[in-house]
Design a protein around this ligand. Structure first.
Ligand code: KMT
Ligand code: NI
Length: 185
């Protein structure tokens, strides 16, 4: 199950959960409200061992036009330029397209800014499909197990380039995201 919670502001190891004391969890519905309805139905679960047989996942891919697919395995031994990549993943950024990750092994944290600019941490484990909307501020870190394997899906030819904050405020994709957020409650 995808779990989500508000983060504390301690600057200890980012791979720790960083829950508030006591913890404040968000249901997917609450997460959805806090981020402008973008999360509705997008933190989904599919059995990673049988995903190829799953019609619902096939439908979703077709509907959203996910034509590209590869595998990203993040560990010191499997990811070239590991330290720099992890640093870039954890630098707050947006993308001009959706970032789609289907976790097939391991665990990681996707952090998102809510509509009040507070960090919400979303735990991604095996079977979780996470679709990060274009224009939302986010970042990623491994947890203390230091390992995740995920499929990366994309519409067309992928561009993984992050647009870092600050510097992303005037990007048209960011403006579109804010416009959408303003009209939902
Ligand atoms: C990204 O762009 O943040 C990543 O690819 C993170 C890891 S995917 C499990
Ligand atoms: Ni990203």
């Amino acid at each position: 199950m995808v779990r989500a919670w508000y983060m504390d502001d301690s600057d200890s190891d980012k791979r720790e959960p960083h829950m508030l004391d006591p913890p404040v969890f968000l249901s997917l519905e609450e997460l959805n409200k806090k981020t402008g309805n973008f999360f509705l139905n997008i933190c989904k679960q599919f059995d990673a061992d049988t995903w190829e047989l799953n019609n619902e996942l096939a439908e979703l891919r077709k509907k959203r036009g996910y034509s590209f697919e590869d595998v990203c395995e993040i560990s010191k031994d499997t990811l070239p330029d590991y330290d720099n990549k992890l640093k870039a993943f954890y630098t707050e950024h947006i993308h001009s397209d959706e970032e789609i990750r289907f976790v097939t092994a391991g665990c990681g944290y996707f952090d998102f800014r809510d509509r009040d600019d507070k960090w919400v941490r979303v735990e991604a484990v095996k079977d979780d499909l996470i679709i990060v909307p274009a224009g939302i501020y986010h970042r990623f870190t491994l947890d203390s197990s230091n390992y995740i394997k995920a499929k990366r899906l994309f519409v067309g030819e992928p561009t993984w380039t992050p647009i870092n904050r600050p510097g992303a405020e005037d990007h048209p994709v960011r403006k579109d995201y804010l416009k959408c957020m303003a009209i939902v409650n």
